[in-house]
Design a protein around this ligand. Structure first.
Ligand SMILES: *Cc1c(COP(=O)(O)O)cnc(C)c1O
Length: 377
């Protein structure tokens, strides 16, 4: 596969091509839906659709049937509302960070729904509703063990004792978030489930939302009324240690700029961190840590030329990666040929493992200077 074949001179302006398969995102949404009975499936598109472009991902998911979207921040909700303009009915956009005084005009303009995380946020949202003269919808977030966002136990007690704190608020659902859902056997999952059920029973009867991507795979008792998957939509395995039930969404191909033969004792790259022990063929490709290919992959990452593994040797630079392509037939190696940095198949989870991180961080670190190519179903 060649990145600069044919009339496509555009490719030469870029070092690497990031292909984002919107049809695969839609397929993943449908696969998650089939695991849910009587449970609606939202789509979490925070952090610009986990780095893949919420303006493209959002409409694709709406097309596949998603009616509820979650973002982390108001700025993301504003941009998403624009991207989803014209849909009938308009999808709901929930903002996980909640509401603060001063954000009223934004929430009104983009018709955003806050996830209220504290009694303070409930009061501020209620003030905004009173000022507008009508009750306003919101989601209530209960902390069941993350100790991060959501009403802590003492605030839940107060809310249960004084339900009029919700006057002026039209709560649509109560939600909570799992800490260990990717570990199916972790007892924390059931502990959180029990706490969530107790909390729910103390509040007005409301639909509930609990499961993230991995939570969907913990079983129906974790599903409630609305699931909130994110990372599985983008192809990351929500069931680590088991075969990936999702299809791959991203492929990252970097262009070979130069190929050379070296022999001992020549070194490669900054710090002379790699020293050839014998005849070695090195390909230099046009991507680096500025593109989100972590420097920690120096001497550890694996690229692929076709299906032949090409280990990263030497340090990752800002714009360049050096690969040991000694095992690759020379006719496959020339300027313009492509090396897969995220290969089809298990490329994303493999890269995350080599980098000592999770697929979430690989995706959300993907750089801005790739040539991004979106494929539709
Ligand atoms: C990010 C997030 C999700 C989605 O989690 P995934 O593990 O990506 O499926 C769901 N709910 C909340 C509250 C989140 O912050």
């Amino acid at each position: 596969m060649d990145l600069t074949d044919g009339p496509d001179a555009e490719a030469l302006r870029y070092g690497a091509r990031l292909t984002i398969d919107l049809g695969a995102v839609q397929e993943n949404y449908r696969r998650l839906c089939t695991r849910l009975t009587d449970t609606a499936c939202a789509a979490v598109v925070k952090a610009d659709g986990y780095g893949l472009g919420a303006a493209k991902i959002g409409p694709a998911l709406a097309h596949a049937g998603a009616r509820d979207f979650f973002v982390a921040l108001p700025c993301e909700g504003l941009a998403l509302r624009e991207a989803l303009a014209g849909l009938d009915p308009p999808p709901r956009i929930f903002v996980l960070s909640g509401f603060e005084a001063g954000l009223g005009p934004d929430f009104d303009a983009a018709d955003m729904i806050p996830v209220l995380n504290s009694l303070g946020q409930i009061a501020t949202w209620r003030d905004h509703a009173v000022a507008g003269g009508a009750a306003l919808p919101a989601a209530l977030h209960i902390d069941s063990g993350m100790s991060r966002l959501g009403l802590p136990p003492a605030e839940l007690d107060l809310l249960a004792e004084e339900p009029n704190r919700l006057d002026g608020v039209a709560p649509l659902m109560v939600m909570s978030h799992l800490a260990c859902s990717e570990e199916a056997e972790n007892p924390m999952n059931r502990e959180q489930l029990a706490l969530f059920q107790v909390a729910r029973a103390r509040l007005p009867a409301l639909p509930a939302s609990f499961a993230n991507s991995s939570g969907i795979f913990l079983g129906p008792e974790f599903h409630f009324d609305l699931a909130r998957p994110g990372v599985a939509l983008y192809g990351v395995n929500p069931t680590p240690g088991q075969p990936n039930p999702m299809v791959q969404v991203v492929r990252l191909q970097a262009r070979i700029l130069q190929v050379r033969e070296i022999d001992a004792p020549t070194t490669v790259g900054y710090g002379a961190a790699f020293r050839a022990a014998g005849p070695t063929r090195i390909a230099t490709v046009a991507a680096g840590y500025a593109d989100g290919y972590f420097r920690s992959l120096s001497g550890r990452g694996t690229a692929f030329i076709g299906d032949i593994a090409a280990p990263v040797v030497g340090r990752i630079s800002m714009d360049l990666i050096t690969l040991d392509v000694t095992k690759v037939p020379p006719e496959k190696l020339h300027p313009g040929a492509a090396a897969d940095l995220i290969a089809p198949g298990d490329g994303l989870d493999r890269l995350a493992q080599e980098a000592g991180t999770i697929g979430y961080e690989i995706l959300t670190s993907l750089g801005r200077r790739y040539r991004r190519v979106y494929r539709s179903a």
